[in-house]
Design a protein around this ligand. Structure first.
Ligand code: BG6
Ligand code: MG
Length: 223
């Protein structure tokens, strides 16, 4: 039986920050005269801040100097930080703590695998740092999701083989990254959008302990 590891994305999986990323990008898009919908925002989920701005500027056919590009990156982040400044435990998504608590009790290693450079500050705000044995965030990766780098580093930090890991993700790019890493993928959100995931749930309230136990057994048996 192999050692297993559970990897969680942050934004849109553990906390409902996906809506704040959307609002901050929407504000910048409005300022630049670019039409930006929630549907467009799906492509921004899981994707690094820099890549998101590149996508936005492509949508508006805008090319800019490096200085202006960096200024808009900063502006978006400042705006986002305002939205999350008062965040607390009440913004943890329903039943996330139940799942994290159960796995902790069972001694299963857990890691965060997020593209965000704000991940540690958010985990501190919502007081979830103590659950994680390893944190991999946007400050540690060179290749953004859908590249599997973030999850492969997380597996390594936990001392678990990728094939014995599972990833919880709300982003298309994240499911692709987990699948490429050879990990079991669990889509959290619209199952139609995340149809490439091995399992899909609208949210954590649909995940029962029986499912988690079966998942642990499945992961332990994989070579
Ligand atoms: C991901 C979000 O978790 O982090 C993306 O899904 C976001 O929407 C990315 O762009 C980078 O986040 P940050 O906090 O570094 O701007
Ligand atoms: Mg996410």
């Amino acid at each position: 039986m192999k050692k297993t590891g559970f990897i969680f994305d942050l934004d849109g999986v553990i906390v409902d920050t996906a809506k704040y990323h959307y609002l901050a990008w929407k504000n910048l898009a409005d300022e630049l005269g670019i039409d930006f919908t929630e549907e467009d925002n799906e492509k921004f989920k899981g994707v690094s801040r820099k890549r998101c701005l590149e996508l936005l500027l492509e949508m508006g056919n805008i090319s800019v100097s490096q200085v202006q590009f960096d200024a808009w990156l900063e502006e978006k982040n400042e705006d986002y930080l305002k939205y999350i400044s008062n965040m607390d435990e009440s913004e943890i998504l329903p039943d996330v703590t139940k799942v994290l608590g159960y796995l902790k009790e069972k001694g299963i290693p857990m890691a965060l695998g997020s593209a965000s450079k704000n991940a540690v500050s958010i985990l501190e705000k919502v007081e979830l740092m103590s659950y994680f044995d390893a944190i991999v965030d946007g400050t540690q990766v060179t290749k953004a999701k859908p590249d599997p780098e973030v999850f492969l580093i997380a597996a390594k930090k936990m001392g678990v083989e990728p094939v014995n890991c599972v990833v919880f993700e709300d982003a298309l790019a994240g499911i692709e990254a987990a699948n490429t890493a050879g990990m079991e993928s669990i889509g959290i959100g619209d199952v139609k959008i995340l149809s490439d995931a091995d399992h899909g749930f609208n949210n954590f309230t649909e995940i029962d302990l029986g499912f988690l136990n079966d998942l642990i057994l499945l992961l332990k048996s994989k070579n």
